[in-house]
Design a protein around this ligand. Structure first.
Ligand code: XIL
Length: 396
């Protein structure tokens, strides 16, 4: 594993935050829940900082965790204006066995969100990795779109008017082993490359007023793979728009990784502008930071994570078509980066780091330097109103 050099500024910054980190990290607890360390009163919450700039802030959550952990619930209510169900809306969570439906975690999450005036992002209708095995087998065997259209109708119909934004297709890009830049999913194999246009049309007919997105990762760094992925996504959205399919926006997952070298600052800014020029609105949908060197002192680690998040947000938030920022979880206590994915596939193997500290709050629900870096990035974003941001995305 690469050990990035630590420059003087990082060390200095780490020394400055050390007392705060130490104070918050002393909040060790013994029970299943931990009392949140206080956030200074004068500091705006992430939701407030975002709102002041015409943006929204949100996080991916799980309803069971919100129910079981009062401190998490408080942090969510303090900082979030929007929630993404981390797993509950995925097809394999809704219908693990054919015809047996599990809607209740989504229903509960929507009730919770509505009781507190929070928006819910619909994640996600089509994702290869969350398609149940029975559906994958059936799609490959019969190549019958009805299976997909029934799923869309059931989910979009049930939540009509309650979910304003959907990640219709998740992670369609694969420039390394894909076919013309598209991942070889069961959908791509059974229905061809235009399954994406078809999915968007299907979503539009079931959710006439929702904002429809393609959501993907791997656009952020200065390396050939990310460069190819930026080109492939751009080619895809241009194709989809030319075909007249109802695509309103792109979700940038932004799973940052300290092992990937520098962010591609100008290429990324140009990419975001090119997407905006297609009339698309943009959202950072799954921000977190994977660490590269967990042997460094805690304060140094936390500062590196914070700096990376800040660098990314400074680039992303300079783009007027940007609507909001969502982190993939709020606390290191529940991060897919540290805990794998539950089905033992994603993040399995040596890349997984059980102590990753890549989210705004630590495991004891104390805000870390990433929290303050995000507050600052949001606060220093250009003060566009929400309507100016909507105008920047022509189709919004
Ligand atoms: C992950 C969840 O965090 C895990 O709990 C789940 O088991 C697998 O999926 N990109 C996405 C998210 O779009 O849906 C993934 O979430 C993380 C990567």
């Amino acid at each position: 594993m690469r050990t990035p050099g630590v420059d003087r500024r990082t060390l200095l910054a780490a020394a400055l935050v050390a007392p705060i980190t130490a104070r918050f990290d002393s909040a060790h607890a013994t029970g299943s829940d931990l009392r949140a360390a206080p956030v200074p009163r004068r500091s705006p919450s992430l939701a407030q900082a975002a709102k002041a700039r015409g943006l929204y802030f949100g996080a991916a959550v799980r309803m069971d965790q919100i129910t079981d952990e009062p401190s998490l619930r408080s942090a969510v209510l303090r900082d979030c204006a929007a929630l993404t169900p981390e797993i509950h809306l995925k097809w394999n969570s809704l219908e693990w066995r054919r015809g047996e439906f599990n809607f209740s975690p989504v229903d509960q999450l929507l009730d919770f969100a509505e009781a507190h005036a929070l928006h819910v992002r619909g994640h996600t209708l089509i994702w290869e990795r969350s398609t149940p095995d029975w559906a994958r087998a059936d799609i490959m065997k019969r190549r019958d779109w009805t299976l997909v259209s029934n799923h869309f109708e059931r989910v979009l119909g049930r939540y009509a008017g309650r979910v304003a934004e959907w990640d219709v297709v998740n992670e369609p890009i694969d420039t390394q082993t894909g076919a013309q830049g598209l991942r070889r999913t069961v959908f791509q194999q059974a229905f061809g490359a235009t399954y994406i246009e078809r999915a968007l049309e299907e979503a539009r007919s079931n959710a006439p007023h929702a904002r429809l997105l393609i959501n993907d990762y791997g656009f952020d760094y200065d390396n050939p793979v990310d460069g190819d992925r930026r080109s492939a996504l751009l080619a895809l959205v241009r194709r989809v728009r030319r075909a007249g399919a109802p695509l309103d926006g792109v979700g940038l997952q932004a799973h940052l990784d300290l092992d990937k070298g520098p962010l591609a600052a100008s290429a990324l800014a140009g990419f975001l502008q090119a997407l905006a020029d297609e009339g698309l609105s943009l959202t950072v949908t799954e921000l977190d930071v994977k660490e590269a060197d967990v042997r460094a002192p805690l304060a140094v680690r936390d500062q590196r994570v914070a700096d990376e998040a800040r660098r990314y947000l400074d680039i992303a938030l300079a783009q007027p078509a940007m609507r909001g920022v969502v982190t993939w979880g709020l606390t290191d206590r529940h991060s897919w980066l540290s805990q794998g994915d539950g089905d033992g596939r994603l993040n399995a193997g040596p890349a997984r780091n059980p102590t990753n500290r890549g989210l705004p709050y630590d495991a004891a629900l104390a805000p870390k330097p990433m929290y303050w870096a995000m507050t600052e990035a949001l606060t220093s974003a250009s003060p566009l109103t929400a309507s100016a941001r909507a105008r920047a995305a022509v189709s919004a």
